[in-house]
Design a protein around this ligand. Sequence first.
Ligand code: ADP
Ligand code: 5GP
Length: 191
Amino acid sequence: MSKPGKILVFSAPSGAGKTTLLTHLTENVPGLVYSISATTRAPRTGEVDGTHYFFLTKEEFEHKAANNEFAEWQEVHGNYYGTPKTFIDSVIESGRHVVMDIDVFGKLKFDKAYPQAAGIMIVPPSMEHLENRLKSRATDEEEVIRLRLENARTEMEAAETQGKYEYTIVNDDLEIAKVEAVELVKKIIEL
Ligand code: ADP
Ligand code: 5GP
């Protein structure tokens, strides 16, 4: 049997650049597989079911949660998000590494099921940067952006006081952050 793969969990306040960095990582680090979460949030323009998320109705999600199909699930910004369990198990059993994106509170639950997971926090240089990025992404209504900014403070505080994040990446200059992320992930995989 091959050596089990690593689990790498990324968390960040919305708009800090997780999706951008994770896309770069899966395209540039061989053997790294992205775990697609399930959500009840509506797809954004350009998002594809089964690629970015499994988009489910609330009823479908609740049914899967009741069947214990998620390693963790959490209500985030008014919608449900969950990490399918069998996928993670099959990837790490095959010796490949799984990378995922979970909010700070979901990560606390996830650690109970997978204490070996590495935690990486991505932070913006400032709250102003975060607000500008959410606005320039132009995928969310003003009210949704306001809620995401409010939650950002709570999430960053909780990450510091309760979270288990061994690594932090400050996403200021994107090209520098991409290089840092690739180097860090390669280091964790080789540990
Ligand atoms: P998240 O997945 O954490 O919500 P995204 O990856 O969608 O964040 O990034 C939010 C927006 O900010 C996107 O429009 C993205 O292109 C942009 N962005 C990401 N990183 C940077 C950066 N370092 N500098 C400027 N803009 C960035
Ligand atoms: P977005 O709606 O911007 O794609 O994601 C919103 C938040 O949900 C982000 O903080 C992201 O990390 C989190 N998220 C995405 N997938 C999951 C998941 O499977 N579980 C949990 N707990 N949070 C998730």
